[in-house]
Each structure stands twice: as structure tokens, then as C-alpha cells.
Write a protein that binds this ligand. Sequence first.
Ligand SMILES: [Zn+2]
Length: 86
Amino acid sequence: MSVKKAFTDTARFTSSDPEPLVAASLACGACLKRPVTVLLVEGDDVAVAISWCEVCGVATEVTLNPEQLLRIAMKPPGSMLIQTVN
Ligand SMILES: [Zn+2]
């Protein structure tokens, strides 16, 4: 089984940005498809949103600040399924 490279990025939206911008920040790093499921892993200072692309199988890790984490947890963009891991 081959392991594909994970893309890492830092989210750039603010809590008042519109939904499409939030969704776009979580998109696949390779093909820009929006993820169906996003795993939120909370750390001490930052959180990481991890998703796997259905199309190309690449993992994308996006670093979130507490404000961004709250925005995604409270108002998930589109039909994304958000799973939180503490
Ligand atoms: Zn992709």
C-alpha cells in the first residue's frame, strides 16, 4: 500500500468570512475538491483539520487557530461531516 504525500497548509479565513471561503480553505491540496469528512484534532494552541480526498486519495492537513476551529465546529461549511478528536 502506497502512502501519498500529505499537503499541509494554514487556514486563512476569519470567523466572519462567508461559507465558501471556509470550505475552500479545507479543500484538497492537489485537486481542490472539497472534503466530505473533516477530522478536527485539537491541540494546546492550534488545531489541525485533516481530510482525505475522495478523488485522488491525498491527505490534506490545515492548521487552524482557535477562532477558526470554533467557526468550523459551530457552522460546518456545506455538507461536510465534522468529527472532533480531543
Ligand atoms: Zn484531491
